[in-house]
Write a protein that binds this ligand. Sequence first.
Ligand code: CMP
Length: 140
Amino acid sequence: MAVERTLSIIKPDATNRNLTGKINAKFEDAGLRIVAQKRIQLTKAQAGEFYAVHKERPFYDELCEFMASAPVVVQVLEGEGAIAKNRDVMGATNPADAAPGTIRAEFAESVGENSVHGSDAPETAAVEIAYFFSGLELVG
Ligand code: CMP
């Protein structure tokens, strides 16, 4: 399997509860390497641009408000099959459906405040990584 990179975001509900270390341990225990990471405060407009694909969804405004409500940790995870592996470690979008032991099963508060985001495909991973990081910031 090819080595991939994927964009991960630790969301405001998790940074508010001081869960960055516990969530990073889940990634590292699964063999994902954190090759870039920074804590930033998004504006609502920046969150809206990142989630533009969801613009027509009824939850879009609420999602953008939430993502700008407190700092997030944006990071690039690297490893074999990193995109699918990260999605396995995160668990289902709705924590009620997330498998035991996954980040969302353990930490997420609701479908909206679900602790983490992860890219869903190689094309989106490339776009999402470039939204937050320059090539110089990726240190494998
Ligand atoms: P994420 O993986 O970051 O991708 C889009 C986000 O939209 C998703 O996680 C949730 O945080 C949010 N989302 C998806 N469905 C709903 C919903 N029904 N209500 C509120 N937020 C949602």
